[in-house]
Each structure stands twice: as C-alpha cells, then as structure tokens.
Unconditional design. Structure first.
Length: 512
C-alpha cells in the first residue's frame, strides 16, 4: 500500500486517505449516513449510498450547525453548509484487514449544541500511534439533533451515533480494526451521550467498553422536552412540528435555541432546575429510543456486559466560573445561597428542602464562592459520574472510577483541575486553541507526563488489559487520582458522596 495515499475498500466503496502523524494513515470526511436534509430532515439516519471509483477522504466533513457559544457558529456559518454533517474520520497505524487492532470511538462534548470532529484537539494521530484505530464523528446538535419535535423520532443525535457505530461494526476491519473490540469514549455531552448509549436497546452489541469523562446530570422527561421544544418553535413563530420547522434553514435554528437559552430563568415555574442552567437541550427519556434514564437502566443491568470507566475532574465548575467572570473574586452570599437551594440534593430544584443547610454544615470553612463552585460541580458532573459507576456495579457490571486532580497552569493556575482538562491530555494534543488556555503556550513537562498516563490507561483499557487500577466496589471505593504521580485511594470527595448518596438521578420533570 502507498503510505502517502493509503486506500481501503469499505462496503460503500474505495476510500483514499493520506499519511498522518506518527506513521498513521488518516481518512477524513467518510459518510456513515445520508445527509439529513430534504425529505430526510429530522428523521432517523439512513445508511450512506455507495459510490463508484475512488473517493478522496482527505478533508473533514461539514460540521453540523452550531450555537453561537464560544464563537463556534463562525466555524459553521448559516447557509454555508451542504447538510452533509454525518461523517466520521479514521486514524489507523495499520490499514490492513487482518491487523485486528482495538478500536476507540470518540464522542465530543459541547452541551449538545456545539462541537465538531474536525477540531485540532481531537486529532487522533497520537492515540492511534499507540496501537489503536481511532474514530471521531459528527452528529446532529441543537434543535436538529435533540429538540422534541412532533412527527420526528426523539434523540436524533443519539441515533446518529448508533448509525456511526453500526458503520464501525461493518467497516472497521478494512482499516485494521477489530469490530469485536470497540471502546466508546466521550466527555461532557459526549459522556452524556455515552451514558444514553449504554441504556439504549438500539446500541446493544455495538461496543464492549466505555469511558465516560464528566457525565452531565441533565436528562429530560418527554413532557419537559416537549415544552422546551414548544418555546424553540415559538421563538420562530412556528409550531414544534416537522412540517413547520422544516421551512427554516438549518443554519438559522441555533439562534432560536440560543435565544431561549438566554432567558431560561423565566421558565423556572415549569422547567424547575433546568431553568437555572444554560443547557436547554439534553437527551430525552422518551420511552422508545431512550427507554429509561441511564442510572436506572444500568442499575437494572442494561450494560452489565460492558466494561466501564467513569470519572470527573476535581474542580469541574471552575471553567464555567472563569467564563462568566465569577472566578477569582468575591461572590455575593446570595449567589451561593441560591445555588445551594437550587442544586443541592433535597433542595427545591432537586426535590425537597434542607440541601443548603446540609452543605453548609458539611463544609463550614468554605466561603460563598467555594460553596457555589462545589454544589454546581457536584450536581452537574461529579455526582452523576460517580452514580453512573455505582449503578453499573449495582447492575452486576464492572466499573473503574477516576478523578483528575492535576491543576492546569493556564490563567495563573486559577482553573485548577477544571472541566475539559482531561480531553487534550487523553488525545495528547497540548498546544493551540483550548489547550493553550489550559497549559499556556509552552506546556510543562508535567502535562506531557500526565498525558502519557492517560493515553496508556485508555488504550490499555481498549485493548482488554484494564485501565491500570482496581475495579470500583461500594465498600472500598478505589479510585485512580490522575496526577503526575498517580495514586489509588478511596473516593476522595467523601463529603459530596455522602450528601448525594440518597439522591436518584433521572429524567427532569415538567412542573405544574
């Protein structure tokens, strides 16, 4: 095979890629489903059609329409796309059908409204260079992918992910991968998607291992999702139906979701705790595509045959405080009080009363900013991640738990071990873009050392050798602490664990 112009034959036709970093071959922009436009818009994905001759696979596919958050819409401007969003990318160190390498499939995060597989921090060359076939993919976001719309299947973004995994099952052998050794890994909304996949009958048998990095807690009940979808449509002067929304160009829909997201607190009387976030979209427990919330499904044994790694960073919410200007200064006491009353277990937002007092009693030395950060970290990522692992164990499965404690040197160290820090460490891409914010322009040696530890753990797990530390159990609770000198200890966030141990994460209800 020509190493500079590698070719593989898939079920749909021949692809020609190019040489990647570290001696890998890379194939970009490979269609795994038909473009979901025209008659296929808001529908379940359909397999991509074949082609004659050799198809070039050297550029990333069109990103799905993006929210304006972080300027992501500038990377996918309205009206400038062709709707060919459902593509994937493959990096392989050995594009030979008999190589039998483990496969890792990445699901990006972005609150279900932003993200694209072509970002530099998701370049798979370094991971693939360590002996795995690495797949990244695009899936529908925002209203296109997750809004509850009359006449459309729920969770279309999740169905896109299932379609990509089916493509991997049917084609990855041609790239040197073993379809019986597929590991799915994702962070933030990607980890929430993965939690859903673990629970979905449609995804059964498509992967054997999973790594869930910072699982977000919000999942929506069907009535709540329908009410939110009604507000999206009303912003456009339309009904929340396929017929009405199909009249709007895809690139214009994110602005409607952004407008609703900017006034979320107006809906607190109907949307409860969801209204106090900036996340108007999430997977929907619709009873069909997603029959049950992940924590309930895993506790009942839905994923007992899948090995799981789940974890979070120590300072999850600190990144968001940096973005909204509340990090590093004095936070008004009433902001902390409102957060405790909204997000703590047993609080008004989560089901009763007394959550504020319990937190203040458990951590009496924390100031307002510390309490605000702690409860929001716990509600949004830390406790959902821990509870997912505990649900897996309760359902008869195997889980390993980790926490990232190494502090990012960027912004003078203010970010700590913040949300998203693990992503560049896992991929080994430590320069440029978001990694530059976290590590500075010249990443320290400690970042490279920690990245090597993450890559070894994730690729070892994908290869069937385990991640390198003991499985979790509810008595000893062993957890890997990722630092430049990693240790294994009992779950370190004991105060939070005890405060949340009776809480049940599930689908958020529509109030009133």
């Amino acid at each position: 095979m020509d190493v500079d112009r590698p070719e593989v034959r898939t079920q749909a036709g021949v692809l020609r890629g190019e040489a990647g970093r570290a001696g890998t071959a890379v194939f970009r922009g490979v269609p795994f489903a038909e473009p979901p436009v025209g008659a296929l818009r808001f529908g379940a994905p359909r397999p991509a059609r074949g082609w004659d001759g050799v198809r070039r696979a050297t550029t990333f596919g069109t990103p799905p329409p993006q929210s304006a958050a972080f300027g992501m819409d500038a990377l996918a401007p309205p009206g400038a796309d062709d709707g060919d969003w459902l593509t994937l990318n493959v990096w392989t160190p050995d594009p030979a059908p008999g190589a039998g390498l483990p496969v890792m499939v990445w699901l990006f995060g972005g609150a279900y409204v932003i993200g694209m597989s072509g970002l530099p921090e998701y370049d798979g060359g370094r991971l693939a260079g360590e002996g795995v076939v690495l797949v990244t993919l695009n899936y529908r976001l925002g209203i296109e992918g997750f809004a509850h719309i009359e006449g459309a299947p729920a969770n279309r973004g999740l169905l896109d992910q299932v379609a990509a995994l089916a493509w991997v099952r049917d084609n990855i052998r041609a790239f040197g991968g073993d379809p019986d050794r597929v590991t799915v890994f994702g962070e933030s909304a990607g980890a929430g998607s993965l939690a859903a996949l673990l629970s979905m009958p449609r995804a059964a048998g498509l992967f054997r291992r999973a790594v869930a990095q910072s699982v977000p807690g919000p999942f929506l009940s069907a009535p709540l999702a329908a009410d939110v979808g009604g507000e999206f449509a009303a912003e456009l002067g339309l009904r929340p139906t396929v017929d009405d929304l199909a009249t709007v160009e895809p690139g214009l829909l994110p602005a409607a979701a952004d407008a609703v997201g900017a006034r979320m607190e107006r809906y607190a009387h109907r949307w409860g705790v969801l209204a106090h976030t900036a996340i108007p979209l999430a997977p929907v427990v619709d009873g069909d595509v997603l029959p049950r919330a992940p924590w309930e499904a895993l506790a009942a044994g839905a994923a007992r045959d899948i090995e799981l790694v789940a974890g979070h960073t120590r300072d999850e919410y600190r990144l968001f405080m940096a973005l909204d200007g509340t990090l590093g200064g004095e936070l008004p006491e009433d902001r902390a009080t409102a957060a405790l009353r909204t997000f703590s277990p047993g609080a008004g937002g989560a089901g009763g009363s007394g959550g504020e007092e319990a937190y203040r009693k458990a951590v009496p030395g924390l100031d307002a900013a510390g309490l605000y950060e702690l409860v929001r970290s716990d509600w949004l990522f830390r406790m959902p991640s821990l509870h997912l692992a505990e649900a897996q164990v309760a359902g008869g499965g195997r889980a390993h738990v980790y926490e990232l404690v190494w502090e990012a040197p960027g912004m003078g160290g203010l970010l700590g071990a913040c949300h998203g820090l693990d992503v560049p460490l896992v991929f080994g891409n430590l320069r440029g873009g978001l990694p530059a914010l976290l590590f500075g322009e010249a990443p320290p040696a400690g970042a490279e050392e920690l990245s090597a530890l993450f890559r070894a753990a994730w690729t070892g797990f994908a290869a069937g050798q385990g991640p390198g530390w003991p499985a979790y159990d509810v008595d000893r609770r062993p957890v890997r602490l990722f630092d430049t000198r990693p240790t294994v200890t009992a779950y370190p966030e004991e105060v939070s664990r005890e405060l949340w141990q009776e809480h049940v994460f599930g689908a958020l209800p529509l109030l009133g």
